[in-house]
Every structure is written in structure tokens, then in C-alpha cells.
Design a protein around this ligand. Structure first.
Ligand code: ATP
Ligand code: MG
Length: 266
């Protein structure tokens, strides 16, 4: 059974159909790529799944056996879906560790009554949480920066922190929206190596939006291609890359086979 399955998922903004009758099934334990030209509906798909946008009537989203269509974001998070944003939304005044805590607390929160009547329990809980979060920072290579304000991190470190904050929610499904945007090739490799390590360690399923074709080709088990909100192709990276229509739509121009191959080699 698919971990995430959408049926006839649609979203209109006025007259524009940003996502149109989209059926996508993400199998557990896989890395599923979502690609397509600018404005093809990739981020909108993320926003529909995570309850940021309401979908059009007739849409259906099921996660891990539970219908989550139009469910509020925090409930979707509690069920096990975490995401990063295309434009990072870190709390720049908070420390690196505090940023992770925010992710953690959106997943588990002790009741206000416990906080008032049993401070010991809260402190024990916080000590344990801190330890867990420090382990996570260690894992993504940011432990030395735990007490540093997030604003002082480099671009690559911020991308890792956004990843860590999503992981702090202990997700089953991790959704990454252009997580490597703006990184140098070396940093992209480093970032992906950490994603793969996290996947193994926590048994994650991953949905990734990525413009760097090389990343998609090397990491994804399955790729779905969107154009104008519709699915125009799906398959293994190899199947998709041989689909001429897909490549042309993706790159927005007509090309002969040699040109397509040349681009895929880069
Ligand atoms: N809140 C909104 N209000 C109106 N239109 C929107 C809104 N969000 C997205 N759109 C439109 O929906 C379409 C799909 O946008 P979306 O951000 O999902 O594309 P994308 O595939 O993520 O593109 P990119 O690769 O540039 O990130 C675009 O035409 C966009 O302008
Ligand atoms: Mg986008």
C-alpha cells in the first residue's frame, strides 16, 4: 500500500489550475522525485498535502491509511509528514538548537497542566529532548553550532538546519522542496549524503522537488513530471529521461535527442 496517495487532487487560484486531477502514489521506503518547469505546481502539491492550502472539491489525500484531505498542518505533522520550504523559514534570532526544538514541539507537546503542576517532569522531558536534538545535530554535522544564532550559519548550514528541523518532527514521510537550491556542487553532494544516511537510519520515505537533474537521476526510485499542474510522465529516472515529451516540457524547448542527452549528462 502506498504511504501517500492523492486522487484527483486539484487546486485552482481564480481561473488558474495550479494542480489538476493529480493522482500520485508514493511507495514506502522510496525516494520519489517531483519535477517540472517553474510554475508547474510542485510547491502547490506540497502545500495541499501539508494543509497549507485547501484543495478543490473532489480531491482526496490519504496518508498511511488515514484520509488527510484539508486536514490542518499541525495534525498532518503529528501523523508523520514533515517538510522543508523552498524559501527557508528558519528563526534567525533563535539558536540552532532552539530551531530544532520548534520542530520537535510541533510533533509532541506536553499539556499545559503538566507544565504547571509537574515542573520536574517537564525538566526531565526537556533534558531528554535536548539530548535527542543534540544527537540529531551531531548526525547532520551542526553540533558545534548548537548555541549559535541561526542567522550566523552559512547557506549550506542553513539548508542542513532546515532538514534537521523537519527531522525533529520524527516523520515517516519527509518532503523536501528544492532542498539543495543555491548550494555548490560539493555542498549538494554533502547534503544528499546526509539525506541518504537519515533515510537509512530512520526508515524514511522521501518526496523531493529538485531542479538539478543529476540529483534526481542519481537519488530517485520514481519520478513524477508535472507540467501546468498535470502529470505528463512518471517512471524510473531512466524511463522518464527517455521520454522526449517530458524532457522538452521540462526544459521548455524543442530539442533533438543528442541535445537532450547532453543536458542529462551535465
Ligand atoms: N497562493 C497563490 N495564489 C495564486 N497563485 C498561486 C499561489 N501559489 C501558487 N500559485 C500559482 O500556481 C502555479 C503553480 O505554482 P507553484 O509554486 O506550485 O509552482 P512550482 O512548480 O513550485 O514552481 P517553482 O519551480 O518556480 O518553484 C503558478 O502559476 C503560481 O503562480
Ligand atoms: Mg516551487
Amino acid at each position: 500500500m502506498a504511504l501517500l496517495e492523492t486522487t484527483k487532487l486539484s487546486k485552482s487560484f481564480g481561473g488558474l489550475r495550479a494542480v489538476s486531477d493529480l493522482d500520485i502514489a508514493i511507495e514506502p521506503g522510496t525516494i520519489h522525485g517531483l519535477i517540472g518547469p517553474n510554475g508547474s505546481g510542485k510547491s502547490t502539491f506540497f502545500n495541499l498535502v501539508t494543509g497549507v492550502y485547501q484543495s478543490d472539491p473532489g480531491s482526496r489525500i490519504v496518508f498511511d491509511g488515514t484520509e488527510i484531505t484539508n486536514m490542518p498542518s499541525h495534525e498532518v505533522g503529528a501523523l508523520g509528514i514533515a517538510r522543508t520550504f523552498q524559501l527557508l523559514r528558519l528563526f534567525s534570532d533563535m539558536t540552532v538548537l532552539q530551531n530544532l526544538m520548534v520542530g520537535y514541539h510541533t510533533h509532541v507537546s506536553y499539556s499545559i497542566l503538566t507544565a504547571i503542576f509537574d515542573r520536574g517532569a517537564v525538566q526531565r522531558y526537556d533534558a531528554r529532548t535536548t539530548e535527542e536534538m543534540m544527537d540529531l545535530l551531531e548526525f547532520i554535522g551542526l553540533a558545534d553550532y548548537a548555541e549559535m544564532p541561526a542567522s550566523e550559519l552559512s547557506g549550506g548550514q542553513r539548508r542542513l538546519l532546515a532538514l534537521g528541523r523537519a527531522m525533529a518532527m520524527r516523520p515517516k514521510l519527509l518532503m523536501l522542496d528544492e532542498p539543495a537550491a543555491g548550494l555548490s556542487p560539493v555542498n549538494v553532494e554533502h547534503f544528499l549524503a546526509i539525506v541518504m544516511k537519515l533515510k537509512e537510519k530512520f526508515g524514511l520515505t522521501i518526496l523531493i522537488v529538485e531542479h538539478i537533474l543529476k540529483v534526481v537521476m542519481e537519488t530517485c526510485d520514481t519520478v513524477t513530471v508535472l507540467d501546468y499542474g498535470e502529470k505528463i510522465g512518471e517512471g524510473t529516472p531512466n524511463e522518464v529521461k527517455d521520454d522526449h515529451a517530458v524532457i522538452e516540457a521540462y526544459l521548455g524547448q524543442e530539442m533533438d535527442d543528442d541535445e537532450v542527452r547532453a543536458i542529462l549528462r551535465t
